[in-house]
Design a protein around this ligand. Sequence first.
Ligand SMILES: [Zn+2]
Length: 94
Amino acid sequence: MQPYLWQQAGGKRHVYSTSDYHPIVPGKPFTALCGADVTTTSSDLVQGCWFDPECEDCLMMYVKVSGWTDKEIENMAAIRAAVDAKTRSKGTPK
Ligand SMILES: [Zn+2]
C-alpha cells in the first residue's frame, strides 16, 4: 500500500494518508493533506470518473512529503504551466 493516495471528494481531487483513512468509505469524512475535511459520495469512488480539479495544496503537500527537491518541484510547475497553456490554446476557436 502506498503511503498516500488521491481521492475525489468535495469537488476536488485530494490526497490522503492511507495509514489513517484507507479504505475511503462513502459518507465518512477524512482529512486531506491540505487540511480540508472532505467527504466522498459513492460516485466519487468510481475510478475513471474523476473530473474534479486537483487540489493544488494537496499536490504541493504530496510532493514535499514524498521528498521532492525544490528543483523537481520547480520543474513540475514549469511542465504544468506549459501543459495548461497548450490546453488553453486548443480550446480557443479559430
Ligand atoms: Zn486537498
